[in-house]
Structures are given as structure tokens and as C-alpha cells.
Design a protein around this ligand. Structure first.
Ligand SMILES: Cc1cc2nc3c(=O)[nH]c(=O)nc-3n(C[C@H](O)[C@H](O)[C@H](O)COP(=O)(O)O)c2cc1C
Length: 394
């Protein structure tokens, strides 16, 4: 059941971003943009059993996101075995192992991108996760693993809430993938990709930077092309990642490097609609067209409606006690609005959806006033549109 093979190429997915691509953002991206695949924020296998409620919150998703992949990280192979069972039991379509995170708290403990320095441990982790999936597929249960019955009940509850079923309708042998970087402090793509290919992964997603680079400089797509070359005769797909700004960029990089697909991260912040043009990219590549790729501009009405939908989803399913995690999304949504700076500064202070509505209402009123006074014209709307937006806000 390798869903990756059923996606028409190039695969265009949403890259995992801790603190950003939570269940609410992924729901919005799936509904309004439609990436080919989504990945959860990464979840640490070492802490998974100390805080089951956090694990289940981090691994919450909605059916609309499918195919959806759980991303996990850590350094203890046996724990990957157990967490792989949980990922399967939660009905995910795939399991991804993070071997690319450069953050100190992750890499300093030997996890994430630090695994590039420890290929034997990396192999052992992949094998353990794959064995966990296989054993679950062959009938092993969470009770067999001696998981706390209360935890098992919570997993069933999460499934019931999401899909109406306590356990997945069928046991599937889900694919294993790895998301990684070009190297630790230098590019070691030849050795590293070869090591990973020997583990029969379904996909390797490659961010075109080393750990040492963090997010500095530019992603090295020549090195990504080299990885494609190395993987040419293997069944493993290569997804490129790093600095893709829009779908025109996606087409260019896919054409230049021959990657099987891409993951987009930061470009989707405040722009879940970015994936709307993905079919244009696929068509342009298959017909070799050079036409400019873009989706229809997002009107202010639609932007505001999605901000509220996202805020409501976050308030309901995200962190009910704090709206802080939603603020950055709201500010990102305002990037493209006229007079954005003031609106953004208000958005990073809101505490609930009512305050968002209040800010947007005031903003719409200001726009309408200025427009009525005829002092400026706005690229984003006619007088009728701005005025109707003002009245249609809840
Ligand atoms: C805030 C933030 C959080 C991230 N968290 C993760 C993560 O949890 N797992 C992961 O594999 N990569 C993570 N990344 C890396 C991104 O998935 C992606 O590889 C990187 O941002 C480069 O792609 P981009 O230029 O399209 O953003 C994160 C990046 C950012 C900016």
C-alpha cells in the first residue's frame, strides 16, 4: 500500500514545520489548497510515552488531509518500533523519520540531522520502524506491546472522533520515508543517499542545506539533482525541498533536477492556497509548456473568511487555553493586504476569534471609509466589495 506511487508526478506536498503545520493549518491547507500529501509536525519518540495526550494532540489529523504522514524523530530504535505501531493504529498513510532537524535540542541529542554522522544508528532506526509496521500489519496489537490500557483507550477515542471507527478499517503495510539534509557540516550526498537507498525507503525528502547552514544561504539544488542521479535505478523517490517560492519555481526546479516531487514549507505560511496551481505544474511539465503558473488572486473577502475559519478550528481543536500559536498565522495572512503593517501588529496581540473579527471589522471599515472618500484606489477590490466585506463579517 505505497500511496506515494499513486500520486501523479511531480508530487507537491506540504513540508512539515514544527509550530506551524499543526492539525488546524493542515486542515486549512487541505481544504483551500490541496497539497498532494501532508506531514505532521515531528514527534519525539523518547517523550511519546511520558505525555500521551501531547502525542495524540501532535498526531491529530482530519480525513480531508489524506494521504497524511506522521513524522517522528529520536535516537532509540526500540521506541521507533513501538511508535510505528501507534502510527499504524492511528490510521496514518505513511511514516516519515526526521533526519534533518538542525535545532540544538534535537541534533545535540544525536537525533534529527545528527544521524547523518551516525549512519549505523540511522539504519537501525529505519529498520526498527519498518519492523514495527510489518509486525502491526501481521496482527500485533498495542496490548501485545504492553502499552498502558488507558493510553490504548485514548488512541481508540482519537480514532472514533476522527473517523467514527475505533481502529483502522484494514491493516495496511504503510510506507517509510526519511526527510533529511545534504550533510552535517559539509555536503556528503553521495555516501548518505547511498546509505539511505540501501534501506528500501519509499521516499527521501532532501532539504538542500547542511545542518551547519541551518536556514542560511540558499538551498543547493545542484546537490539535490545529484541525489536524483544516485537514486536513478532505485525504487526510492526523491523529493526536493528548499526555498521554493511559488509554483513557477516548482516547475523550474523539477525540470532542472528531475526530482519526483517537492515539499513546500515557508511559502505556504499565510498562503494555504499556494497548492491550488499544482495541477497546472503537472500539466505544464507533461506538455513542456513555459506558460506562467499562478492561481487566481485571493480576494480580501476570501482571505478574511479563511483567517476566521482557521482561527475557529484552532480555538476548537488546537490549544483551547491559548490562542498565542494562532497569532503568527494571522499575521502571515495579512502580508498581502493593503496597509498590512498595522493589521499585522494587531494580529500578533489577539487572544480569541472575537478579537480577530473586531480587528478585521475595523480594518474593513477603514478601507471602506478611505475608498468612499476617493483618496485612494485599492488593487484588491471595488467599493462594493469592500463595503460588502464589512457587512458580511460575523
Ligand atoms: C518553523 C519551522 C519548523 C520546521 N519544523 C520541521 C519539522 O518538524 N520537521 C521537518 O522535517 N522539517 C521541519 N522544518 C523544515 C521544513 O520542513 C523545510 O525543510 C525547510 O523549511 C525548507 O523548506 P522551505 O524553504 O520550503 O521552507 C521546519 C522549518 C521551519 C521554518
Amino acid at each position: 500500500m505505497n500511496f506515494w506511487l499513486n500520486i501523479p508526478k511531480p508530487i507537491i506536498g506540504l513540508s512539515p514545520m514544527d509550530g506551524v503545520t499543526d492539525a488546524s493549518f493542515r486542515f486549512i491547507a487541505a481544504k483551500h489548497g490541496g497539497p498532494d500529501v501532508t506531514l505532521t509536525e515531528f514527534v519525539n519518540v523518547e517523550t511519546a510515552f511520558f505525555a500521551p495526550h501531547t502525542l495524540l494532540k501532535d498526531l491529530a489529523y482530519s480525513e480531508i488531509e489524506r494521504p497524511v504522514v506522521a513524522q517522528i524523530y529520536g535516537r532509540t530504535p526500540e521506541l521507533f518500533y513501538t511508535v510505528a505501531h501507534i502510527v499504524c493504529e492511528l490510521g496514518f498513510d505513511g511514516l516519515d523519520i526526521n533526519m534533518g532537524c538542525p535545532a540544538k535540542k534535537v541534533a545535540a541529542s544525536g537525533s534529527g540531522a545528527a544521524l547523518i554522522l551516525n549512519p549505523e544508528l540511522a539504519r537501525s532506526i529505519i529498520r526498527s520502524a519498518a519492523r514495527g509496521i510489518r509486525d502491526w500489519f501481521e496482527g500485533r496489537t498495542l496490548s501485545d506491546l504492553k502499552l498502558d490500557p488507558e493510553f490504548i483507550e485514548r488512541i481508540r477515542g482519537a480514532n472514533r472522533l476522527r473517523s467514527g471507527l475505533e481502529t483502522p478499517a484494514e491493516r495496511r503495510l504503510i510506507p517509510v520515508s526519511v526527510k533529511t539534509r545534504l550533510g552535517y557540516d559539509r555536503v556528503v550526498i553521495d555516501e548518505w543517499i547511498q546509505t539511505l537507498l540501501e534501506e528500501n525507503l519509499s521516499v527521501i525528502s532532501l532539504h538542500g542545506r547542511t545542518l551547519r547552514q541551518g536556514y542560511k544561504g540558499s538551498a543547493d539544488w545542484t546537490a539535490i539533482a545529484r541525489a536524483v542521479e544516485i537514486a536513478k535505478n532505485s525504487p526510492t523517490l526523491i523529493l526536493g525541498n528548499g526555498d521554493l517560492k511559488d509554483m513557477d519555481d516548482v516547475r523550474r526546479r523539477v525540470r532542472e533536477t528531475g526530482v519526483d516531487g517537492v515539499l513546500l514549507g515557508r511559502a505556504a505560511q499565510g498562503d494555504p492556497w499556494i497548492f491550488r496551481a499544482k495541477e497546472q505544474v503537472k500539466q505544464a511539465l507533461s506538455s513542456n509548456s513555459g506558460a506562467f503558473i499562478h492561481h487566481a488572486p485571493i480576494s480580501l473577502e476570501e482571505r478574511f473568511a479563511v483567517m476566521l475559519e482557521h482561527g475557529n478550528h484552532f480555538a476548537r481543536y488546537g490549544n483551547p487555553s491559548s490562542f498565542v500559536g494562532m497569532r503568527k498565522h494571522l499575521a502571515w495572512y495579512c502580508k498581502a493586504s493593503p496597509g498590512a503593517a498595522e493589521l499585522r501588529s494587531q494580529m500578533v496581540q489577539v487572544n480569541n476569534v472575537s478579537e480577530v473579527v473586531e480587528c478585521l471589522r475595523n480594518y474593513a471599515a477603514r478601507l471602506a471609509e478611505i475608498e468612499l472618500a476617493g483618496r485612494r484606489s485599492y488593487e484588491h477590490g471595488s467599493r462594493a466589495r469592500v463595503t460588502s466585506m464589512f457587512f458580511s463579517l460575523p
